[in-house]
Ligand binder design. Structure first.
Ligand code: GCO
Length: 254
């Protein structure tokens, strides 16, 4: 067993037709895993699938609503019928909504919480049921945020959800570790993605990030690859309930 070798493993990465999810899927494929790309936009999903299979990687693709319990049940059931089991689950899909709390509607709040937190519970629960039944262990990796620990104005619902992701991860560890399942989280810092582009394009915000981050730069999706491969591999078999911040040192300094 080599510490970072994922051959023979299958990884499902939600929200992986672009951005952080695609970069992590590619990294897991490079480490030997069969990857299952996931997305709602069929064209983007098809492009991502073409890109990775074009590089010779073993790639499947799947599309379902991560907030829909029945859709999740059906999707995992279809995979099982095809003899595909998820050994590594990366709960990455999410959304942002920037609005002061006093202006936020109940519906907006629920949408952000369902997409960023409840989805990790629903998929994590269903995949863990399969992992426990198979008795071969597994890996659950939840994508948190700096907002799993700190807040900033206008992203209250997102922050509440990402805070929940951190303690959901610890709860998963508390209950699933004895079944050989390691549950951990990654807290990406400010990465240049579609979600943060409006912030990158804002000279004040952009300047604040590069000044406030010890690495003096925004992160890139590729900056997450090493950490996700580590948390997906035997190298982290005694690591459980942790969150690893990949943020250029932002949270470590005042
Ligand atoms: C924001 C950003 C952040 C990042 C990331 C930082 O509005 O501040 O969208 O939330 O996306 O989560 O860790």
């Amino acid at each position: 067993m080599t510490l970072f070798d994922l051959s023979g493993k299958t990884a499902l990465i939600t929200g992986s037709s672009g951005g952080l999810g695609f970069a992590m899927a590619r990294g897991l494929a490079q480490a030997g895993a069969q990857v299952i790309l996931h997305g709602r936009n069929q064209d983007k999903l098809h492009e991502a699938h073409l890109a990775l299979s074009g590089e010779g990687f073993n790639v499947l693709k799947i599309s379902f609503d991560i907030t829909d319990e029945a859709a999740i049940e059906k999707a995992l059931g279809n995979l099982k019928e095809d003899g595909v089991y998820v050994d590594i689950l990366v709960n990455n899909a999410g959304m942002q909504l920037r609005k002061p709390l006093v202006e936020l509607t109940r519906n907006e709040w629920d949408t952000v919480i369902n997409t960023n937190l409840s989805s990790a519970f629903l998929l994590g629960r269903n995949v863990a049921r399969q992992m426990i039944a198979r008795g071969q262990g597994g890996k659950v990796i939840n994508i948190g945020s700096l907002m799993s620990s700190v807040a900033r104005p206008t992203v209250g619902a997102y922050t509440a959800a990402k805070g929940g992701v951190r303690l959901l991860t610890q709860s998963m560890a508390a209950e699933w570790a004895e079944h050989g399942i390691q549950s951990n989280a990654i807290g990406p810092g400010y990465m240049i993605t579609e979600m943060t582009q409006p912030l990158v394009d804002d000279p004040d915000f952009n300047g604040w990030i590069t000044g406030r981050t010890p690495s003096r730069r925004w992160g890139t999706p590729e900056d997450l690859v090493g950490t996700v491969v580590y948390l997906a591999s035997p190298a982290s078999n005694y690591v459980n309930g942790q969150i690893i911040y990949v943020d250029g040192g932002m949270l470590a300094v005042l």
